[in-house]
Design a protein around this ligand. Structure first.
Ligand code: ADE
Length: 473
């Protein structure tokens, strides 16, 4: 690639002779030429600037001087083979990103026009664009430098390291920040494994490459969410696998079904103020668990008599219940009604899209399980002396299937139940609901027996699954 830089401070560009970029220039991968703009100023003082037309502070660089300099380096009338781009570094340009670097690394020749003072007369880029030259006015960030030289050096380094043969190990390009995954890079470590009391994650020393990759991916997601919420909000869901989504959801970003990007969610403990919204959500989601096997009238009866605001109010007030909700923080804008009136039925409560509950029972003084807030199946009752909690259960709105919220709610409620002393979790799920059984298995549950459960007057046959807490949460 040929690179020409025009500047009133050609010495500034000498740093490019150092390091890998200098070596690339030495090997011919890069053909770098630096030109002094003042060579094209013809008065006694070699003047390159003048006062701004229309008034204002500072000086503006003269178009006639720039025109002569750029005519010399650009192939205006005799197009060269390949793609040539004129780059004008300016704080008012489009932002230069890794995508821009990748795009420009494809060019055959780049010409950097480094302005100083208040910038270059705006007719200069306009003129070359009108002559068919590809012109890019680019900013390296939202701050103002004294001139374009440092910005040009930044861009040249970012572009040149993408050229074949410039980096010693091209693998270095694969997992970097701002790569195709849209994530920042995970934190990196080297020996010694213990330094000033700080240990590295033992997974890194395990030799288990799949676990290392997963841990690093989770760290990259966590770092991106914490440091660059703008990047988290524009992640591409097609590049996120199930585990990515679970990690992302537990960090407050869930991917609704079919959505182009994640949306912010809050996973939190429910309060009595959530009771109405929870009953609505429960009515929407309960049928998903047993629609194929329980008659619609029975489902409707169960919802109307059991899944009512009073139940959720009581749960929110009960110390023995860990009740966690997922609240959408960016509801879709409500369509304005004709005439600007408030549309009817505008939801006023929290926009809940998921919940999970654990109902805890503690053994009595004799170590026997008490008859408590929910009857337990025999296979669970036999577990003498344990603090047993029923995971009752994880429900997620159909718009949030596959969003990562289910595992995120599951780990949030499990963590809280464990903190509150629960040592064994159990749940019942319909024998035919293989999808749910698979998901619970993935979450560490195993089958312990069966039970019969009454749904609105109809008996349902459930598989009972159990899991000790503290195992792979
Ligand atoms: N010249 C001055 N500030 C600049 C910036 N932020 N980016 C590119 N060129 C500049």
């Amino acid at each position: 690639m040929r690179i020409d830089v025009v500047s009133i401070f050609p010495d500034y560009l000498k740093v490019l002779d150092l390091s890998l970029i200098g070596r690339a220039a030495g090997h011919g991968t890069l053909d770098l030429h630096v030109h002094d703009l003042r060579d094209h100023a013809h008065d006694r003082h070699r003047t390159v600037d003048d006062t701004p037309l229309g008034g204002g502070a500072g000086m503006v660089m003269k178009p006639d001087v720039w025109g002569e300099a750029l005519d010399d380096v650009l192939a205006v009338d005799a197009p060269t083979a390949g793609r040539q781009v004129l780059i004008v570094p300016t704080p008012s340009g489009e932002v230069f990103t890794q995508r821009t670097a990748e795009d420009l690394a494809d060019a055959d020749a780049l010409v950097f026009a480094c302005g100083r003072y208040e910038g270059i007369d705006a007719r200069v880029p306009e003129h070359y664009a009108s002559r068919g030259i590809e012109v890019r006015e680019l900013s390296i960030g939202d701050y103002v430098l004294n001139g374009g030289e440092v910005a040009a050096i930044v861009m040249i380094e970012a572009i040149a390291r993408l050229l074949p043969g410039v980096l010693g190990n091209p693998e270095s390009l694969v997992e970097e920040s701002h790569g195709a995954a849209g994530l920042l890079e995970y934190p990196v470590h080297t020996r010694p494994t213990r330094w000033r009391g700080l240990e590295v994650d033992p997974v890194l020393l395990s030799g288990d490459h799949a676990r290392i990759a997963r841990t690093r991916r989770d760290q990259a997601i966590a770092r991106t969410v914490r440091r660059r919420p703008d990047m988290a909000a524009s992640l591409d869901p097609t590049r996120l696998d199930r585990e990515d989504r679970a990690t992302l959801a537990s960090l407050g970003w869930a991917v609704p079904t079919g959505a182009a990007h994640p949306v912010p969610v809050r996973i939190r403990t429910a309060t009595t103020c959530d009771a109405e919204a929870l009953a609505d959500l429960a009515a929407r989601t309960f049928p998903d668990a047993c629609e194929q096997v329980i008659a619609p009238e029975s489902i409707a009866r169960h919802i109307a008599t059991n899944l009512v605001p009073d139940l959720f109010r009581a749960w929110a007030e009960d110390d023995r219940v860990d009740l966690i909700v997922a609240e959408l923080l960016a509801p879709q804008p409500v369509q304005e009604a004709p005439g600007g009136a408030e549309p009817e039925g505008t939801p006023t409560g929290p926009d809940l899209v998921g919940y999970a509950a654990v109902l805890r029972e503690e053994p009595d003084a004799a170590g026997e399980p008490p008859t408590g807030i929910d009857p337990r199946p025999a296979c669970v009752r036999a577990r003498h002396g344990q603090v047993v909690g029923e995971l009752s259960k994880v429900y997620v709105d159909s718009t949030m299937r596959g969003s990562g919220l289910t595992p995120a709610l599951m780990s949030a409620v499990t963590r809280q139940a464990t903190d509150h002393g629960t040592s064994l979790l159990w749940l019942g799920t319909h024998v035919t609901n293989k999808r749910a059984q698979k998901a619970y298995k993935r979450a560490g549950f195993r089958q312990a027996g069966t039970r019969t459960y009454n749904v609105g007057g109809q008996d349902a046959h459930d598989v009972v699954m159990i899991r000790r807490t503290g195992e792979g949460q």
